[in-house]
Write a protein that binds this ligand. Structure first.
Ligand code: G4P
Ligand code: NA
Ligand code: NA
Length: 190
């Protein structure tokens, strides 16, 4: 997605050979117009599928997932990372390990909002090692839902997640795929 790549080149900050900071439009401040375009791009990529539910994870997956939901008219469910006062009882849960942070988080979705009748598209902001997506796939499987694919705003193609998931036959559409962050430069796959 050209507009997204230009935004990354213009505003992204390469923090190291593996980490890209995009706080000005995705992870802290949000650019609503760009998010709208991102939602429409995901809708175009998956126009061949009937999607009944969009599944993401808090917090940075919510904005792109919601703009997709607005575009196709489907509800958005986000997995929660910590138990809230009102989130209790009937939950699907999965353990997500973050290599970056070296910690594990239990993520949960209420059984009320995901079922075997659902055709699910999973959305997230970043794909690195794929642990968050694996957790969301696990939750969809527990619900007996059908997963049509995964939509990622920024894939770091030099890390393992995309390869591992595609090897399992999972369809992944990433809107920008980064080949390298070496020498402080962002380089994309074509
Ligand atoms: P994984 O799910 O692909 O295995 O990723 P990992 O554990 O490495 O990522 C943990 C968190 O860091 C996730 O956000 C993920 O989106 C984010 N992340 C991974 N690589 C990058 C990067 O290069 N740049 C940025 N900006 N984020 C990255 P999170 O902790 O769940 O936070 P949030 O969704 O609340 O923002
Ligand atoms: Na995320
Ligand atoms: Na994030």
């Amino acid at each position: 997605m050209q507009l997204l790549k230009e935004k990354i080149l213009k505003e992204g900050k390469v923090l190291s050979d593996t980490v890209l900071k995009v706080d000005s439009f995705l992870n802290h401040q949000i650019d609503p117009l760009l998010m709208k375009e991102i939602g429409e791009e995901f809708a175009n990529r998956y126009t061949d599928e009937v999607i009944t539910k969009i599944l993401t994870i808090e917090s940075s997956g919510i904005a792109p997932a919601t703009m997709l939901g607005l575009t196709i008219g489907a509800p958005v469910v986000f997995a929660r990372k910590r138990k809230s006062l009102t989130l209790s009882g009937n939950l699907y849960s999965s353990n997500v390990h973050s290599f970056t942070k070296n910690e594990s988080n239990e993520i949960s979705v209420s059984k009320e909002f995901l079922s075997a009748d659902d055709n699910v598209l999973i959305i997230d902001d970043f794909l690195a090692n794929g642990e968050a997506v694996k957790g969301l796939l696990d939750i969809a499987e527990q619900a007996g839902a059908n997963v049509v694919g995964v939509g990622i705003v920024i894939e770091k193609g030099f890390q393992q997640g995309g390869m591992l998931l595609r090897e399992q036959g999972i369809r992944i559409e990433s809107l920008a795929n980064i080949k390298s962050l070496a020498n402080g430069q962002v380089e994309f796959f074509d």
